[in-house]
Design a protein around this ligand. Structure first.
Ligand code: PLP
Length: 416
């Protein structure tokens, strides 16, 4: 990935952007396919477990980023549970994963509450108003007395450059400003929840925590715990884990607060790749300005962040070029723009300089796409969903854990 979703991409250096995938045989899976490297997933989980054990904090998987039940056996061994963004993720956390489930949604519906209570251990409210509306309803639901209640705070500290991913920006509907709250306002809550980063390195996390202490320190006496959210690349190869462990240990000792972290991207960092197949190659002699490749992998259906951010995933055996490159600036027959099979003009994965221009039927492997793919993908234009495979890169063993067909597409649209 050249340009991270939230920061400029300069904030961190990706040492192994392609993970183990240079060893992967893309013909061993159907196309398109999301492939998860179990070795890297376990390595990431081990790093997070080290953070948890040595810094004495709780680490939850943010299901919004990565939610493959097939990976639960690995993740459950290392993490404390899941962070859910609403009822369905909470149910998924409860039924498909182990450990605790913490749920936060900016909008709640009264009808969802009974199932939410059954699936959740900690419920985070987005505002005091939301809490006061829902507290009387909760009181009538069996089991609600065991819920830990939290309040989402917007720390008004901005690190994210891309407004699309900035929870702390102007007009944010994600949490309330804590500066004007008093400890008494927090009486119903045992913890605060803050998430203000996206694809950031340690320095940004440290700045955010310092800003939280400065703005919200007067509230710490009223709570037992603080959830510092996700958005940190804890598992990147050059991440200073020792420094982070010392920093969190110091914060815990100084404030007396327990800490929860809920990484998503960091869990699957460098552990996922999308395999696609070349369906057509339109070359300059066919009347296009510069070579254009059509694949069965779609940015809009399978990796919407690539268009929303936008970012360009790296492709094995190719150099990633700027998305802004125009056909009349291309003077190499091996440079091509790669896009999906849909009618969306901008369904572009990226522009690449290949060692040799790919041929029809060839497989392409786009790396660092484990997160925000299956969870966000759609079937726009009736495009089939990618299959899902687990690859044990130590033994080169591939297990196809899911394939999706017509019925899956049709049932997503409702009965007819
Ligand atoms: C509340 C919350 N927690 C955790 C995450 C996970 O962030 P990331 O996948 O960047 O680590 C997000 C991402 O949007 C979030 O909104």
């Amino acid at each position: 990935m050249n340009t991270a979703r939230g920061s400029s991409g300069k904030a961190h250096k990706r040492v192994l952007p392609q993970g183990n995938f240079h060893r992967f045989d893309p013909s061993s899976v159907p196309s398109p396919c999301l492939v998860i490297d179990q070795e890297r997933l376990e390595e990431n989980s081990r790093r997070l477990a080290r953070l948890r054990d040595e810094a004495g904090c709780k680490v939850l998987l943010a299901l919004k980023a990565f939610a493959l039940p097939a990976c639960a056996p690995i993740l459950d061994r290392y993490l404390d549970g899941t962070a859910a963004s609403g009822l369905w993720e909470a149910k998924l956390g409860r039924e498909a994963f182990g450990g605790e489930v913490h749920t936060y949604a900016p909008g709640l519906k009264p009808a969802e509450l009974p199932e939410m209570v059954a699936s959740t251990d900690a419920l985070i409210f987005n505002s005091l108003g939301q809490y006061h509306r829902f507290a009387p309803l909760l009181a009538n639901i069996d089991g609600s007395e065991r819920l830990h209640l939290g309040l989402r705070i917007n720390p008004r500290h901005q690190e994210v450059e891309n407004a699309l991913y900035d929870p702390a920006g102007p007009w944010s509907r994600l949490g309330i400003d804590g500066a004007t709250l008093s400890p008494d306002d927090l009486e119903p809550f045992s913890f605060l929840h803050i998430h203000a980063l996206c694809d950031h390195a340690f320095e940004a996390f440290a700045r955010m925590v310092a800003a939280i202490e400065a703005r919200l320190g007067h509230l710490f006496e009223a709570i037992e715990e603080i959830n510092l959210g996700g958005g940190v690349l804890w598992t990147d190869d050059d991440f200073p884990l020792d420094e982070a462990i010392a920093f969190l240990t110091d914060f815990r000792a100084r404030t007396g607060l327990r800490i929860t972290l809920e990484p998503g991207t960091a869990v699957a960092l460098h552990a996922g790749a999308m395999v696609g197949e070349v369906l057509d190659v339109m070359t300059a002699d066919q009347g296009v300005g510069a070579p254009v490749i059509v694949t069965d992998l779609s940015a809009t259906c399978h990796m919407p962040d690539a268009l929303e951010a936008p970012f360009t995933p790296d492709c094995l055996n190719a150099e990633t070029l700027p998305r802004t490159l125009r056909p009349n600036e291309v003077n190499d027959p091996n440079i091509a723009r790669v896009g999906g099979p849909t009618c969306l003009a901008g369904d572009t994965i990226g522009t690449y300089r290949f060692n040799l221009l790919p041929q029809i039927g060839e497989r392409l492997v786009f790396t660092d796409l484990g997160y925000y793919t299956t969870v966000k993908g759609t079937t726009f234009n009736g495009t089939p969903l990618p299959a899902i495979a687990l690859w044990d890169s130590r033994k080169d063993a591939v297990e196809i854990v899911a394939t999706f067909g017509w019925n899956d597409f049709a049932t997503r649209l409702g009965p007819f």
